[in-house]
Design a protein around this ligand. Sequence first.
Ligand SMILES: *[C@@H]1O[C@H](CO)[C@@H](O)[C@H](O)[C@H]1NC(C)=O
Ligand SMILES: *[C@@H]1O[C@H](CO)[C@@H](O)[C@H](O)[C@H]1NC(C)=O
Length: 560
Amino acid sequence: MVLSLVSICAREVVSDHSASPCWLRWVPRELYRPLLEAAFSGCRPLAVGELVQRWPERTLRVGGRRKQGQTAPNRLCIQALLLAVVRGLSDQRYALQVLDLCGLQGDEGGMGDPMGGWSLTVALCTMAVQAKAGAQRAQRREGERERKRFSALEREKDVKRERGQWKRGKELNGDGMGTDNKDLSWKSCGVLSEEEVIKGVRRRMEMERKRESAVAGSGGSRKETESVNSDVLVHVRADLFVNARSWERVRVALNTSGPLKLQCRYLRVEEISVSSIRTLLDLLPRQGLLGIDVRYSNLGVAGLAELLPLLSTFPALSSLRLHYCNLDFRRDHPGQEEALRDLSLGLTTLQELRRLSLTALRLPGQLRVLLSSLPQPLEILELPYLSLSPADLAYLSCSHHASTLQQLDLSENHVDQTTLPSIRRLLSQASSSLQHLSLSGCGLTDGLLGLLLPSLGGCWALKSLALALNPLSMAGLMDLVRMAVRMPSLRHLLYPNPLEDYQPGLPDLPSSAQLLDWPLDEATDINTTSSQLKRVLMDGGRSDVFLTCDLLNYDKDLVD
Ligand SMILES: *[C@@H]1O[C@H](CO)[C@@H](O)[C@H](O)[C@H]1NC(C)=O
Ligand SMILES: *[C@@H]1O[C@H](CO)[C@@H](O)[C@H](O)[C@H]1NC(C)=O
């Protein structure tokens, strides 16, 4: 990573916190951003707090996509940031209106003590509730001050009135001067206009605030109109992660109308019921929700069908991911056909859906019901552990999604002679769009892979290919890598350990679970395999392809 001169200087400046009171006042606004970045990367929570509390722009974006090798911001720094925003709210001059924390979460327990999505969500909810309480306290104080000011004015008027009466009395007694009288009328005029000035300023501020929140939340629904009338000062956008332990807190925070308004980009929920998910969705602002990810929740087909009409009220929703949601389809259960029809009907309303991930559902033969209802062709389709039937794959290869797919994950679905033609047709349909493909754990033998290679080789846009946990021999792997040499866009290839590298005793056609668990032969050096494969790549002039058999550390997202 090459550092700019500004960022090197910024690091130096934030490293000495004791000096910050001296320089902070003189920092031009253009330097706040590099200073804040330096404070985050140098883990300087105090500097983060001071910069954020004086943030000179309307928008502050922290997080987003991290560059390779960049760690997520440290937890203490994030806490300092949130506290500083709440402090800033009580400052009339505070410019901040939008705090964008999307993508800020890291992996809990990762390098540099980042904040995970769950903790960040809880912290944001606490912050929203605290901000509301703070605003109420301030309002009470302001009301008190206002009352005092008013009674002081009243007192002053009374005093003046008395004095005037006294003067007028003197006038009547004949010793008054005309100038005094003029002076008095000027003064009482001044008192009145002062009162009016105060009122006018307050009214103007209120109107301004209303106009601003109208601009920020320009949506049509009744909910949005309500929020326009509230006192939102800062809109906070983030990815939220909610489970049973945090649901209540999130519900309260989303239902709080205070100076901070939470908005969600990606919502991930885990282990909570359909009705609790409904409650959350009801409370979320309609604009801006791009995706929802439901995990380990016992939805069932009927539960998902119940949620879909609600999901369709989020106009930007483009991603739906369901992992282990018990969407089993059992023909022998009463009401299942009906629930499936509702599900299909609900899916027709997801106008913007581009990504669908379904993990571990047992819906064999029902893929057509799910996917044919979607109004738009999908770009990302993840169907791992789905026990796809030959009918499912045949449908997929002819569906309106086939030619737009950019990412396809069919891992852990069994491929054999009967389904191979469908996979080949699917690949040829997707050949110009497909960038990421996973066929890990699909039971691909040397013979099956040999039949698939021409179709794979035709995918000229393919950047990453994952084929882990397939029973391939060294000869099969060599064929694979020779083909990889001819794939112009390929950058990442995850290959399986060849059968020769396992200890003796592996069954003839091992399952992916057996390939995962069976010990590798200590005697064979895995470097031999990898260096043999790398040599093929080098000889083909393809040093740009990253070759790995490390299943756990494989991340196709590093390719982009
Ligand atoms: C939200 O708060 C209002 C009162 O402010 C309450 O009536 C309503 O039930 C709450 N809704 C939820 C879903 O918590
Ligand atoms: C295998 O390769 C790694 C990294 O290239 C190296 O550190 C290790 O020493 C090699 N192992 C053997 C047995 O050569």
